[in-house]
Design a protein around this ligand. Structure first.
Ligand SMILES: [Fe+2]
Length: 383
């Protein structure tokens, strides 16, 4: 066997899963069904039906397991093309082969398009011809599924990378442990209250995890300083949103959220940084993360002061509503204060509940680390 042939054969074989795949044969003639059953049962699981309507019931029940359907065209109750048109409503990935007598080209073309046919086979046919069509169809089905699997794996890898970046930052210093996670969690609680759609929620989750990623570029003696920063040091630290925005912008899929990362230290009244944006000039996720970030900074122990209580932090948020914070968001935050407080005390469990990314990755953070999480934040928490 030539190398090229072996390579292409290996490729095809790679796409054929070990487990038996399931075929559905639809024909009103019992003899034909029996013949098809005998021919294919060694290699595949077989389902059968005697007309389109009956077959549709089978599809409804087994949509997720059927890989390929071979349907006769001429059947009582419901014809093959009508039945096959409905199949995509239950699972568009099922491969469809139609067995038909001689019909006009127009009818055939519209059948191919309307039913998304993989192949039609003119009757009478050789069994060998059908075997080849089924094998090819199964390869196509397996390839599509492998692509889906590959995409899923890529997605999981992407989120693992996000988590790894966030964890790296959170563990860079004992005081920052758990900060990004909690900020993300509080942001997601707010986002959920705003009824943002799933994609928006997912993007906010990523932005929350990466909001302080620019700190990776901060000198360690400033980032981990045991005490309050000098004016010069604070000036350096204030560059982290811009640096973070740049880092995130370089990741193609994350360009949308780079402006959210960049604006998480802006203030509603325009006194924030880096650009002094005001009100709704600040993107909504930037405002959400800013609020979550400040709450976490206030309720976490710093190297130079103890954590404020939840109640005191809420009072501060009330006081700074309309100046530091978006007043509507501050009001919303206060309305879910109890849930936020619970999340603060049980960040791991609550994050698992809220996370969209967590459903794609094996997310683990030690409870102890989370419980002991403390923050060193440059944010001048509401004073
Ligand atoms: Fe920050």
């Amino acid at each position: 066997m030539s190398y090229e042939l072996k390579k292409s054969l290996d490729t095809v074989l790679d796409f054929i899963p070990d487990e038996k795949q399931t075929l559905l044969f639809v024909d009103d003639e019992e003899n034909n069904l029996q013949l098809l059953k005998r021919t294919f049962r060694g290699k595949y699981n077989i389902l059968t039906a005697h007309n389109g309507l009956e077959a549709l019931d089978v599809v409804k029940e087994y949509a997720d397991v059927i890989s390929l359907i071979v349907s006769d065209q001429k059947m009582p109750v419901m014809e093959g093309t009508e039945f096959l048109q409905h199949v995509k409503e239950y699972n568009p990935q099922i491969i469809k082969i139609l067995l038909t007598g001689h019909v006009g080209t127009d009818i055939l073309v519209s059948a191919i398009n309307d039913c998304d046919l993989f192949q039609y086979i003119l009757k009478p046919f050789e069994l060998e011809e059908l075997k080849i069509a089924v094998e090819n169809g199964i390869v196509k089905h397996s390839m599509a599924n492998n692509n889906k699997l590959y995409y899923k794996e890529l997605r999981a890898l992407f989120y693992k990378t996000i988590k790894a970046m966030s964890n790296t930052l959170d563990t860079k210093d004992a005081y920052t442990n758990g900060h990004s996670l909690r900020v993300t969690l509080y942001s997601m609680i707010l986002a959920k209250e705003l009824h943002l759609d799933n994609q928006y929620m997912e993007d906010i989750e990523i932005a929350g995890l990466l909001h302080d990623i620019g700190k990776i570029a901060m000198p360690k003696n400033i980032l981990c300083k045991n005490g309050k920063l000098t004016d010069d040091e604070f000036k350096v630290m204030k560059s982290h949103p811009v640096k973070g925005g740049r880092i995130v912008f370089n990741i193609k899929k994350l360009q949308l959220i780079s402006s959210w990362v960049k604006t998480h230290h802006e203030k509603w009244d325009g006194r924030g940084y880096p650009e002094g944006l005001k009100g709704e000039e600040i993107p909504l996720p930037g405002r959400i993360i800013a609020l979550a970030d400040t709450y976490d900074a206030m309720t976490s122990t710093r190297s130079y002061r103890k954590a404020l209580s939840h109640e005191t932090a809420i009072e501060e948020i009330k006081r700074c509503s309309g100046t530091q914070f978006d007043p509507k968001l501050a009001e919303l935050f206060i309305s879910v204060a109890e849930e936020i407080n619970f999340a603060r005390q049980h960040p791991v469990e609550m994050y698992e509940k809220y996370s969209f990314l967590g459903k794609n990755i094996d997310f683990k953070i030690s409870s102890e680390a989370a419980a002991n999480a403390r923050v060193i934040e440059e944010t001048q928490a509401v004073q």
